[in-house]
Design a protein around this ligand. Sequence first.
Ligand code: CP
Length: 307
Amino acid sequence: MVLQKAKEYKKNRKPTEELKGKTFVMIFFNPSTRTRNSFAIAMIELGGFPLFFEAEKTWLGQQSESPKDTAKVLSRYAAGIGIRIFPNITKWKYGASNQLLQEIAKWSDVPLINLEDDLYHPCQALTDIFTIREKKKKLEGKKFLLSWAYHPKPLPVSVPNSTVLTMTRFGLDVTLLHPKGFELDSKILTMAKENAKESGGSFEIVNSLEEGYQDADIVYVKSWGSLKYYGSFKEEKQLRVPYRKIWICDENKMELTKKDSIFMHCLPIRRNIVATDGVIDGSHSVVYDQAENRLHVQKAILLKLLK
Ligand code: CP
C-alpha cells in the first residue's frame, strides 16, 4: 500500500490537504540532508507542518529528561514523532540508540518513525525497493549485490541491515559482499535467510569482489564498520585501511555486471573513495532518482501513520 501510494504521489506531484492540521516533530542527533528535507517537504506537500530540533537543543539530547517524559509530552502536541540517532561507533555500545528509540516508542501515544538509528534505516530501505521496482519491474531472478566499500570512518550498520532484510523479502537473489571481518550481525543474517526462503529469492555471502559483481543486476554500495571491533577505533582502522583503493566501486567492477545494471547508494557518498566519479555520474547510476524517491515514499509513510 505504501509503495503503491508513493508511486501515485510521484506520478502526480501536487499539494494535498491530507494531513491538514497535523504536525510531525523530528529530533536529529546527527546531520541529515535527505531524510530531514524529504520529511519536511513531504509534510508541507500533504498540508501538514514539520518541526525539527537539533538534539542538543532538547533536554532529551542533553540527557536531562527521560525518554518517557519526552515521548509523553511530544505526543500531546504532535501527530507523529521522528528521531534520527546513530552513534559514533567508536564510543557507543552496539544497539544502544535502537534501544532508546524502542523506549520512546513504548511511551509515545503517537507513531514514532525511525529516521535511522544504529541498527536500522527503514525509510531508506523502503525507498530503495521502490526505486528498484521502478527501474527493474520484475524482480524474480534479479541479482542484487550489496557490497561493502572502504570509507575513512567506521559507519553504522543501519543501512546494510535494513537493506538485506528488505531486499530478501521481495524475491531478489541477494548477494552480500564484504571482506573478512565485516560480517553483519548473525541475527540479521538469519532473518535475511528466512526472508529469502519465504519470498522465493536467495541469500548468499561472498568475500570475492569478482564473484560479487559478476552478472549483478543491481549494485548497492555502502560502507560499514566492523562489529568485531565496535567501540575500538584503532583495531577497527587497522582492519579497514588495507582495503583502501581496492574496495571501491569503479568502472572495471561495473563492467562485470549486466549491461543494464543499476548502481545505487543512499548518499551522502565520498566520491572517489567509496565509488568513482565515473560510476556515480555514469550511465548505470540512479542515485539522484533514489534520493528523489525519498520524498514520494516519505509522503506515503506519513499518510499511512499520521492520518
Ligand atoms: N540517506 C540518508 O539518510 O541521507 P541523509 O543522511 O542526508 O538523511
